[in-house]
Design a protein around this ligand. Structure first.
Ligand code: ATP
Ligand code: MG
Length: 238
């Protein structure tokens, strides 16, 4: 299976990258690093010559460019080269788009599939950050149907996708979303019982067709972005 770099070196060594054309779910509490994870993947993908689209529902493209800059990722110039595109689904524009999209469907309920109408045909990489604001009124069944359809369409278009769920949506739909996607990664902040210090840990919950570490991976966010700080040897694989 073809893989594409995640942008996190140790993770690439362990799992070989993300499976091309598949959808991976990224969940985690506020401030756990989901957006940075997404930006880091977008940046490396562009560096590899892929076209990346970042749909943001919470932060403006300017804020995201700024966040990227703090890690040395120059999204501005990648945008100029046509490799990177930010799409903001926030504020008024989100309202307009949502209204235009959902009107034939259900005014109160989001339809994820419509997200795809917004992305260019030559997109290789997609990051949806996050899926939260379109799910508030969905039942478990409806959510499952929508995410299944979204994953199916993305797969058909061969787009490698990170779907970030915000913590509220995650609490409501995490288990359902897990079934539909090819892989899932959870970012957490946890207290280390031995040191009593809080650490950032990454759980590779699943990655189909891939040998995955069963241990939690400790990571840090430093000047280069997310770095795994407790790489494990092969005995840590399930
Ligand atoms: N330049 C930086 N250097 C080091 N750490 C940083 C830097 N920028 C942000 N951080 C850390 O990353 C955290 C935020 O990461 P991020 O925005 O990716 O989280 P998130 O999971 O997307 O949060 P939210 O749920 O609010 O969207 C900050 O709280 C901060 O601790
Ligand atoms: Mg975020």
């Amino acid at each position: 299976m073809d893989k594409i770099k995640t942008g996190i070196n140790e993770l690439d060594k362990m799992i070989g990258g993300f499976p091309v054309g598949k959808t991976v779910l990224v969940t985690g509490d506020a401030g756990s690093g989901k957006t940075i994870f997404g930006l880091q993947f977008a940046n490396i993908s562009c560096k590899e010559g892929k076209k990346a689209v970042y749909i943001s529902t919470e932060e403006s493209p300017d804020d995201l460019r700024q966040q990227g800059k703090s890690f040395g990722w120059d999204f501005g110039s990648l945008e100029k080269k046509g490799l990177m595109e930010f799409i903001e689904l926030a504020g008024n524009r989100a309202q307009e788009i949502a209204t235009a999209l959902d009107i034939s469907f259900d005014g109160a309920k989001g339809n994820f599939e419509d997200l795809l109408d917004h992305i260019p045909a030559d997109t290789n990489i997609l990051i949806i950050d996050s899926l939260g604001n379109r799910t508030a009124n969905l039942t478990q069944h409806e959510f499952r149907d929508r995410i299944d359809l979204l994953v199916y369409k993305l797969n058909k278009r061969g787009i490698t996708t990170l779907v970030i769920l915000d913590s509220t949506t995650s609490r409501q739909f995490h288990d359902i979303a897990l079934f539909s996607v090819y892989g899932a990664i959870q970012l957490q902040k946890k207290e280390n019982p031995y040191t009593g210090r809080r650490e950032r840990v990454m759980d590779i919950v699943k990655m189909r067709n891939t040998k995955t570490p069963i241990q939690l991976l400790t990571y840090e966010i430093n000047t280069g972005g997310i770095v795994i700080s407790s790489p494990i040897d092969s005995s840590g694989f399930d």
